[in-house]
Design a protein around this ligand. Structure first.
Ligand SMILES: Cc1ncc(COP(=O)(O)O)c(C=O)c1O
Length: 377
């Protein structure tokens, strides 16, 4: 968000900025979804709804999850919030007591630690190994559990690394958390953006539903970041607690956005597939261009829409000292915004999103290439 603000400031002063910072689709929301929202307004669907979301939307979420992943959630296990971030925030509020620990793999989305801390918990970081592609494994998690661990918070496909946990390993993580009697919270924000293999939810593992909690979102899959619709799938007591909490904070998610979300989930899924195909083309282009720049190591992400290249060799040349300084100079001198790895818990990387147009990818990567070539060393 800060990178986006800095980029916007420079743009406001007339600079041409290529923004690889934000994590949001550049596609418009699909037309059928927009039309459903217009209909909702015209039909005066503009009042309060139940705090946990309309029955229609909760059923649509359960149906889509069942169709995509083979689960069998019912509406009493579903609660709708104002985006996936809000769903996670509510979940941590109802799950954590002061001092409870939450194990969070690193690199990981910076929001997790702030939410956990805000809710009185203690984030415990499980540093994944770069040589293994930052793979998140059961043994990595197990090494970071203590008597105070209340939950493990996992994100696959991962923002920022693009790592995807395979069904077998996810099953092992699920058995581990169940055995320890702790929650496995799985952030499925990017679960439809896979470039290999079939989408998988750990909630489909037999018996998992009593200890697994899904936090989902329509933001990325349906290009709906501004509509603010996310959800939790959880045992009924947890879902009810989230709805109760929500009833005294935001009341209910926006009524019009809920109607739009029903159409997104029940209508044609073609746009979701089309966006994925376009992201794949952009991913391949981005990885190939970055690999051609001396000093950059760029693994191929298996999901989501980010690359997380290692720039250590460039930093060691004696120019910018760390990714934050690198990102600052790149923005000032070349007009390209990237997110420094410090935001995700590592010191050798930057995150670049390829959820931007092909034209911007070409322009931005040309500028990055020239900027790196011009650094001393
Ligand atoms: C890993 C991850 N989870 C959840 C979200 C939440 O998205 P939203 O609140 O728009 O649903 C994001 C957004 O960037 C994300 O990167």
């Amino acid at each position: 968000m800060r990178v986006a603000a800095d980029a916007a400031k420079l743009r406001g002063r007339g600079r041409d900025i290529v923004d690889f910072g934000p994590g949001e689709p550049d596609f418009p929301t699909p037309d059928n979804v927009k039309r459903a929202a217009v209909r909702a307004i015209e039909n005066n669907f503009t009042r309060y709804t139940p705090a946990g979301g309309t029955m229609e939307l909760r059923e649509a979420i359960c149906e889509r999850h069942a169709a995509d992943f083979g689960t069998s959630y019912t509406s009493s296990e579903c609660v709708v919030s104002a985006g996936g971030k809000h769903a996670l925030f509510n979940l941590m509020q109802v799950l954590l007591d002061p001092g409870d620990e939450v194990t969070i793999p690193v690199p990981g989305w910076s929001t997790y630690q702030d939410i956990v801390s805000y809710c009185g918990g203690t984030p415990v970081f499980a540093g994944a190994n770069e040589e293994s592609g930052f793979a998140i494994t059961a043994s990595l998690i197990e090494n970071h559990l203590t008597d105070r661990t209340r939950a493990v918070l996992i994100n696959s496909p991962c923002n920022p690394t693009g790592d995807v946990i395979g069904p077998e390993e996810f099953g092992r993580i699920c058995r581990l958390t169940a055995k320890r009697g702790i929650w496995l919270v799985t952030d499925e924000c990017y679960s439809h953006l896979l470039y290999d293999g079939l989408p998988f939810s750990v909630a489909s593992v037999p018996g998992a539903r009593s200890t697994v909690i899904v936090a989902g979102s329509l933001s990325k899959a349906y290009a709906m970041t501004g509509w603010r619709i996310g959800y939790a799938l959880a045992p009924p007591l947890v879902a009810a607690a989230v709805a109760k909490l929500q009833s005294q904070s935001t009341s209910n998610p926006n009524s019009i956005a809920q109607k739009a979300a029903v159409e997104a989930l029940r209508g044609s899924q073609d746009s979701r597939a089309e966006m994925r195909t376009e992201y794949l083309r952009r991913r391949d282009f981005t990885v190939q261009r970055l690999r051609a720049i001396a000093g950059i190591r760029c693994p191929e992400p298996k999901g989501a829409f980010y690359v997380y290249p290692n720039i250590r060799q460039i930093l060691d040349r004696g120019g910018p000292m760390d990714p934050a300084e690198f990102a600052g100079q790149l923005l000032d001198q070349a007009g390209v915004a990237v997110v420094p790895g410090e935001a995700f818990g590592t010191t050798d990387h930057v995150r670049i999103t390829f959820a931007v147009s092909m034209r911007d990818l070409e322009r931005g990567l040309d500028r990055l290439d020239k900027f790196v070539a011009g650094l001393k060393g």
